[in-house]
Design a protein around this ligand. Structure first.
Ligand code: ZN
Length: 163
C-alpha cells in the first residue's frame, strides 16, 4: 500500500461514510492495520493516507512510552468524536508528512463512537496520548493534517531525520 504524502491533494479530501462492513471493507481494515505495523513506532493510519477516501482508521498505541495503558488494536469505521475535554501539547508525526514533526495542542480526553470490524457500534473513551492519536487519525478523514494545527510553524515544526 502506497502512502500518499503531503502535499498530495487527495489528503485534503473528505472521506465517505461506510454504510456497512462487508467482507471487502473488513479485509481493507486488516490491510490497513498491516500497513501500520510496517513502520516501527507507527501508532495509527487513516484510509486516505493509502488513497482510499473511506472513514476508516486503525490505531494501536500498545507499548508507546506515553501510553501506559492502551486499548490495544482498534479498527474503526465512521469514528466520530462525541466529547473532547482538557488540553495537552505533544510532538506529532505522520507517515504522510515524513519530513517534519510538530508540537500540536489537542484535547486530553475523547469519547469516540465507531463501528468495529464486525459492524457493531461501539463507544470508547481514551485520554492522554491515545486520545491525541485518535484525534490525529480522525482529522485525516476530514482532510486535516497535524501541520494545520501547529500554531507557530517557526517555533513548533521540526525537521525529521527518518521515518
Ligand atoms: Zn497522520
Amino acid at each position: 500500500m502506497k502512502i500518499y504524502q503531503f502535499p498530495d491533494p487527495l489528503l485534503r479530501e473528505k472521506s465517505l461514510f461506510i454504510k456497512e462492513i462487508d467482507g471487502s471493507t473488513a479485509a481493507f481494515m486488516e490491510r490497513l492495520k498491516d500497513r501500520m505495523y510496517v513502520n516501527k513506532g507507527c501508532v495509527g493510519v487513516a484510509a486516505p493516507q493509502v488513497g482510499e477516501l473511506k472513514r476508516i482508521v486503525v490505531v494501536d498505541a500498545t507499548g508507546h512510552k506515553k501510553v501506559p495503558v492502551s486499548h490495544g488494536l482498534l479498527l474503526m469505521a465512521n469514528p466520530q468524536i462525541l466529547a473532547v475535554s482538557g488540553s495537552t501539547i505533544n510532538r506529532e508525526g505522520c507517515l504522510s508528512v515524513p519530513d517534519y514533526t510538530g508540537n500540536v495542542e489537542r484535547g486530553d480526553y475523547v469519547k469516540v463512537k465507531y463501528m468495529d470490524k464486525n459492524g457493531e457500534e461501539k463507544i470508547m473513551e481514551a485520554d492522554g496520548f491515545e486520545a491525541v492519536i485518535l484525534q490525529h487519525e480522525i482529522d485525516h478523514l476530514d482532510g486535516v493534517l497535524f501541520i494545520d494545527r501547529v500554531k507557530n510553524t517557526k517555533r513548533d515544526l521540526f525537521p525529521r531525520k527518518n521515518y
